[in-house]
Design a protein around this ligand. Structure first.
Ligand code: NAD
Length: 387
């Protein structure tokens, strides 16, 4: 089996610090578990602008295309606030997602028992919460045409955006949700506004059709997106996989994230087309041997959902767990190394159970640890898991 090529793009602010800890964890897996990884690093965002005059250099994009997976830290910061819009650090990230064709955004919202008090909701409401939001990322109202602001005379203007989805866009994202559900608790809740939007009606009809023909074994429900927003606060444990479009997904995933209480804990994955239709589920052969089939061909990028946190950058204060958990998603979804992914998640849980906390999740009166100490603690737990 050839080594998996990973491109790490630490980015700006706390990005390099948290990615340093991801690197430490991946080094551990290479030396202690024999995983064959070929890791390289490059720049994206503000630091790429400083070096190349663009937030995403063409050579970097090419390396991302050639990688089996990309791990990204975060981009942006006040230093680049006055840079032209298309050269801003965030433009580099958007270009990367677009160029890699990453149409599916996976955002788990997981409440760790040890952090239950970090949620603003009552512990009995969020205990054991484990939701996966699957958001369509490259279509819908953020990209639909016509769009723009036009002058309509008399000093008045008109702003237009268009919500548009095609059958194939709906089906490919629905497949991702159904496949994921089969690896989890086998439930998909599809959210739109079929009551008031034709694009929502099409969404519901296509998801229903796909379910009947290929995924009848998965439990499917439909919910209006506004009701989903309410249900996430009222009874979030009813959800397993939530499937939704770009706009509603943007809002619902942020809401779900906050149920868990801390930005520093939340990973994400963005996936592209699966050329061989091998979907997200590792075959049993892959699970046993870590063997690679078409999985390497599926473009994927993994990143924490937080930003570059300029307020704490360079101070060894950032929580690296969101990035470390993003790396666990990479091991599972890009490489089919489910056992190693579970190990890493278990090590994170053990660290939290031991009361080790960075400042963002620290309990009152308990001294927090720094970024590096947190990374070291995860590796220490990994060591104990293999003993
Ligand atoms: P942010 O997520 O960077 O920070 C929000 C707050 O959360 C800050 O107080 C920060 O200190 C804290 N925080 C964030 N991550 C943390 C971590 N791992 N550990 C501990 N505390 C953490 O959001 P912001 O302040 O709105 O944005 C700052 C910059 O990041 C902006 O330039 C923005 O455009 C950019 N941004 C980038 C991404 C990305 O790269 N994907 C996402 C969001 C924001």
């Amino acid at each position: 089996m050839s080594a998996k090529k990973i491109l790490i793009l630490p980015g700006d602010g706390i990005g390099p610090e948290v990615m340093g800890e991801v690197r430490r964890v991946l080094d551990w897996f290479q030396s202690k578990r024999g995983l064959r990884l070929e890791i390289s690093e490059d720049v994206v965002g503000g630091c790429a602008f400083d070096r190349h005059g663009t937030p995403l250099d063409s050579a970097t994009l090419q390396r991302a295309r050639e990688a089996d997976a990309v791990l990204l830290g975060a981009v942006g910061g006040p230093k680049w606030a006055k840079v032209a819009y298309d050269k801003r650090p965030e433009a580099g990230l958007l270009a990367l997602r677009k160029e890699l064709g990453l149409f599916a955004n996976l955002r788990p919202a997981l409440v760790f028992d040890a952090l239950i008090d970090a949620s603003t909701l009552k512990p009995e409401v969020v205990r054991g919460l484990d939701i996966m939001i699957v958001r369509e990322l490259t279509g819908g109202v953020y990209f639909g045409e016509p769009r723009g602001i036009t002058d309509i005379g008399n000093g008045k203007r008109r702003g237009v955006n268009t919500q548009v989805y095609t059958t194939s866009e709906i089906i490919r994202i629905a497949r991702v949700a159904f496949d994921l559900a089969r690896q989890r608790r086998n439930k998909v809740c599809s959210c739109e506004k079929a009551n008031v939007m034709e694009s929502g009606l099409l969404w519901r009809e296509e998801v229903t059709k796909l379910h009947a023909t290929e995924y009848a074994d998965v439990e499917l429900t439909h919910m209006y997106a506004d009701n989903c927003a309410m249900q996430l606060l009222k009874a979030p444990s009813q959800f397993d996989v939530i499937l939704t479009d770009n706009l509603f997904g943007d809002i619902l995933s942020d809401e779900a994230a906050m149920l868990t209480g801390s930005l520093g804990m939340l990973p994400s994955a963005s996936m592209g087309e699966d050329p061989a239709q091998s979907r997200l589920r590792p075959s049993s052969a892959e699970r046993v041997s870590g063997a690679q089939s078409s999985r390497a061909a599926r473009k994927a990028m993994y990143e924490p959902i937080h930003g570059s946190a300029p307020d704490i950058a360079g101070q060894d204060k950032a929580n690296p767990l969101a990035s470390i958990l993003s790396a666990a998603m990479m091991l599972r979804y890009s490489f089919g190394w489910a056992a190693e992914a579970a190990m890493l998640e278990q090590a994170v849980r053990a660290v939290l159970d031991a009361g080790i906390r960075t400042a963002d999740i620290a309990a009152i009166g308990v001294p927090p640890v720094g970024t590096r100490a947190m990374g070291a603690a995860v590796v220490e737990r990994l060591d104990k898991l293999v003993l």
